[in-house]
Design a protein around this ligand. Structure first.
Ligand code: MG
Length: 396
């Protein structure tokens, strides 16, 4: 079954005219045009196979700029719309029908609704298994008043059973194309959405509950709201990185692992306290901000770090992340060793690392494994540690 999204972007949107020269669907929210955000939702949705945008013929330069950084092979060439929304949708449907393989399902969506949830798209598609049409809608929550000409209240309208129509509105493709053709033949050009054309044509249309957040950006205030929302969404980007370290055993009676002193038959040899866990974790953190590695910041050739507690290195990496405005989300370590047993020391390691990184201990993973007697760890020649960390950094 093939599913196309038909995005209607041909309107002139006079109500948001104060936004600037470009129609509202090209206004910038969080630094990107509204239409780019809307296309992106459908482009990354796994159920959508093709995206057809209907634009105003005057908007080609705006459109080209809006899709310049859109990486998807779903997007078809835009087609010019008509004088009304209904005519634009009709043009889009005819274009899809003319492209050889017409889709089985079409989801018609307003370009000015960039906050549509992926779940809503999936729910509309699911409703089409039992109905010819389905639309996203939200229940009316405000009390409704009918006003008289002088703005006095004439009546209170019962809101029970009332829904606000949104998009996407999904249909069996052949059925909605036929309904649109019949509406035009009947010279009905006053429909404001496609569900009402489907209803007029006698198709049953299902209501699919959708969050009120899926608003149609209409006024300059709506655009300002959307701009703040998008900026908030995009404020941080996740960074993930890994680290690895090995130290060999030497004569001694304890090792430092994860900032915890553990009695053992040997010590780990190194310039500092040779805490492989903290070293691997330090490198993982440095990796999230592309800031070199532990050896670059604390050269073994520098006597200053002889015998140093490795918590210093992790604290330094933590400061470097903080200086970039970063927030550590979690840290995770796997220790590769035949001995000592890590389990009894896990809570102490977790607590120590959590304290240095300012995390709750459920955000610090400590795991250990033997290597089944294989390799240098298996021969008990040393201990290795692998670490990873996730950091949220302010987006540039
Ligand atoms: Mg090391």
């Amino acid at each position: 079954m093939s599913i196309a999204a038909l995005i209607v972007a041909a309107g002139r949107g006079s109500r948001a005219a104060s936004v600037g020269a470009a129609p509202k669907q090209y206004a910038l929210i969080g630094g990107r045009p509204v239409l780019s955000e809307t296309i992106a939702v459908f482009a990354r949705h796994p159920n959508i196979d093709a995206i057809q945008v209907v634009i105003h013929p005057d908007d080609r330069p705006h459109y080209q700029a809006a899709v310049a950084d859109t990486c998807t092979d779903k997007l078809r060439m835009p087609i010019p719309g008509g004088a009304t929304r209904q005519a634009s949708v009709r043009a889009g449907l005819e274009a899809l029908a003319a492209q050889g393989e017409a889709p089985d399902i079409v989801l018609i969506h307003d370009a000015a609704r960039p906050f549509v949830a992926a779940e809503t798209i999936a729910a509309v598609i699911a409703a089409l298994e039992t109905h010819k049409g389905a639309l996203a809608a939200c229940r009316v929550s405000d009390t409704l008043k009918q006003g008289a000409a002088d703005n006095s209240v004439r009546a209170t309208v019962p809101r029970q059973d009332l829904w606000q129509a949104q998009t996407p509105q999904g249909f069996h493709f052949d059925a909605i194309l036929e309904a649109h053709r019949r509406a035009e033949d009947a010279q009905r050009q006053d429909f404001t959405d496609d569900a009402s054309i489907a209803e007029w044509a006698g198709l049953t249309v299902a209501l699919v509950e959708s969050p009120a957040r899926n608003i149609k950006l209409t006024t300059a205030d709506d655009i300002a709201f959307a701009d703040r929302e998008m900026r908030a969404l995009r404020m941080f980007e996740p960074r993930f990185a890994s680290g690895f370290d090995v130290h060999r055993f030497a004569a001694g009676d304890h090792v430092w692992l994860g900032g915890v002193k553990i009695p053992h038959t040997h010590r780990l040899e190194g310039h500092s306290d040779a805490d492989v866990v903290l070293h691997a974790l330090t490198d993982a953190l440095l990796g999230t901000i592309g800031d070199g590695d532990i050896g670059q910041h604390f050269p073994p050739s520098d006597p200053k770090w002889k015998g140093a507690a490795s918590s210093l290195f992790l604290e330094d990496a933590m400061r470097r992340v903080s200086a970039r405005g970063g927030r550590i989300v979690n840290a995770d370590v796997t220790i590769l060793a035949e001995a000592p047993k890590i389990g009894p020391h896990r809570p102490a390691m977790q607590a120590t690392i959590a304290k240095i990184l300012g995390l709750s201990s459920d955000r610090v993973g400590i795991k250990a494994t033997t290597t089944e007697g294989l390799g240098f760890t298996g021969r008990r020649e040393g201990i290795a540690a692998m670490a990873s960390a996730t950091v949220l950094l302010p987006s540039s």
